[in-house]
Design a binder for this molecule. Structure first.
Ligand SMILES: Cc1cc2nc3c(=O)[nH]c(=O)nc-3n(C[C@H](O)[C@H](O)[C@H](O)COP(=O)(O)OP(=O)(O)OC[C@H]3O[C@@H](n4cnc5c(N)ncnc54)[C@H](O)[C@@H]3O)c2cc1C
Length: 476
């Protein structure tokens, strides 16, 4: 423990960020680093608890050694802090930017005070490591002679590939998109994660000897059977890309897009891979985002950067509890509360308990959306609350564009999955056993493809665990 009285002496200091006008004028990240001395002070707030809930099942899914690296950051031993961090996390630069930080909700300090800024400290350690040149390739010392095909290059596939390669296997990652990264590259906007951050990490993975093949759709360009014959094992890390649709009248009108289609298009534009004519642009439009989650929030931030005239975000579920504490009364659990992202602060009219009933328009193009308000009743016997439409609560809005951010239901059941005759779980994701093996021996699955839509930190964990199981399978 760095400073015994640190948690009494210092207040929590969060990421500093650029003001709204400045940040919506560009697509870059906008957090302003707070400097090593200030980070050390934040790290001094860690109490090095007897039971560090931050790294327990309530906290970090990766079991990051948080109190250890907090202590080292406080002492200015940055290299040692990095060495502890990389033991458990292949990509702290992704989680340090994007994780919702369940570790902070579980931090013991949050019983009666603001938690340690664990995410910010993690990011400071990994950025220092890149700056100092400590992030180096660890190619394997010897080869096992075994080969693994990893399908999908999101965080699950990349973490698994790195772990397997370091164990001496020949690893080839197949990706259907033009560039590596999965949702990190084509879902998450640059203002949350600049793509140079992925490219910087890719240099290490390539130097370690991982082979990447892009624009290859497994199941179509290469058959699943050929892959199975050519590799000793396969890992399916294809994500959960099947979007939830909203089948209401007028759904087929032009101007209604799935959030993922819109975000991918915007990311391609920001990357210079498409031009302005191909952009699904919100400029001067009234945009309705349906769905109150994080994907919806990313749509709001992107729409504002594109110059939307007005942005609405409607959610059918009730408004979550408004947070009035700096501590966590639900400790060590992560509370289900109203979260206002930086994108929401940039301009957005948010409403809850609103059901979108229909779209209408002229010449095949959306012009209006109709809604009614709903009431949620928890008094019934069922665990699920009942939803009732409130009589005479109908209203309409003039809308130029709709973005459906209503979530993902499960992985895409494409030819790869069908040809291998893989079994599904009750949510129609891939059924895996406790070793991440699917119903077909030697074929493993990890990340959203097996667990459904989740988080980057969980995808990295699943990739690492699946790699251990594949190694055991290949070597026994
Ligand atoms: C808009 C958005 C924002 C998000 N923001 C956050 C956030 O801030 N923080 C957070 O923790 N989580 C966030 N998430 C969730 C997070 O991105 C996912 O949980 C995570 O990326 C899942 O990783 P994965 O490796 O399982 O799959 P993915 O990242 O989905 O990668 C799967 C890859 O497989 C490829 N693929 C699919 N089929 C084939 C095939 N047949 N052949 C070859 N390649 C194939 C796909 O092209 C894709 O690149 C967000 C999700 C979305 C949609």
């Amino acid at each position: 423990m760095g400073k015994i009285t640190g948690f009494l002496d210092y207040k929590r200091q969060d990421f500093k960020i650029q003001g709204v006008t400045q940040r919506i004028s560009h697509y870059h990240e906008f957090a302003v680093p707070i400097g090593e001395t200030d980070i050390a002070i934040q790290a001094a707030r860690c109490m090095d608890c007897g039971i560090p809930f931050c790294q327990s099942t309530f906290g970090c899914p990766l079991w990051n050694l948080i109190p250890e690296w907090n202590d080292l950051a406080y002492r200015g031993q940055w290299r040692e802090a990095y060495e502890r961090l990389e033991i458990t996390n292949n990509f702290p630069e992704f989680t340090g930017r994007l994780c919702p930080a369940p570790c902070e909700s579980a931090c013991t300090l949050s019983i009666n005070d603001a938690p340690v800024t664990i995410k910010q400290i993690e990011l400071a350690i990994i950025e220092k490591a890149f700056q100092e040149g400590w992030v180096v390739p660890y190619p394997p010392q010897k080869s096992t002679g075994k080969s693994v095909a990893v399908i999908g290059s999101g965080p699950a596939g990349l973490a698994a590939a790195q772990q397997l390669r370091r164990l001496g296997h020949q690893v080839t990652v197949f990706e259907k998109s033009p560039k590596i990264g999965g949702l990190l590259r084509y879902g998450i906007p640059d203002f949350k994660l600049e793509k140079r951050v992925i490219d910087r990490r890719l240099e290490q993975l390539i130097s370690e000897g991982i082979v990447f093949k892009t624009e290859v759709m497994i199941g179509e360009d290469i058959s699943a059977h050929y892959l199975k014959k050519s590799f000793d094992s396969i890992l399916i890390a294809t994500g959960a890309g099947h979007p939830r649709d909203l089948q209401i009248p007028g759904r087929n009108l032009k101007g209604i897009y799935f959030a993922q289609e819109f975000l991918t298009n915007s990311n391609l534009f920001v990357d210079g891979m498409i031009d302005g004519n191909q952009l699904i642009s919100c400029q001067d439009k009234t945009v309705l985002v349906i769905g109150g989650g994080d994907t919806g929030s990313d749509c709001v931030g992107t729409a504002n950067r594109q110059g939307a005239r007005r942005v609405f975000q409607f959610e059918i579920l009730p408004k979550p509890e408004e947070w009035k504490y700096k501590w966590n009364p639900y400790w060590p659990n992560r509370p289900d509360i109203l979260r206002t992202s930086t994108s929401h602060q940039e301009g957005c009219e948010r409403e809850w308990s609103v059901m979108t009933k229909s779209f209408s328009g002229r010449h095949g193009k959306i012009e209006k959306a109709s809604f009614s308000r709903v009431r949620w009743d928890r008094s019934g016997k069922s665990l699920q609350p009942d939803m009732q439409e409130i009589p005479d609560s109908d209203f309409e809005l003039n809308i130029d564009m709709v973005l459906l951010a209503t979530g993902f239901v499960h992985l895409v059941h494409n030819r790869l999955i069908k040809d291998l005759r893989l079994q599904f779980d009750d949510k129609k994701n891939l059924r895996v056993d406790e070793h991440f093996m699917t119903s077909v021996p030697g074929v493993f699955a990890a990340g959203d493809a097996a667990k459904g839509p989740s988080l980057i930190v969980k995808a990295i964990y699943a990739g690492r665990e699946a790699a251990k199981s594949i190694h055991n399978y290949l070597m026994c």
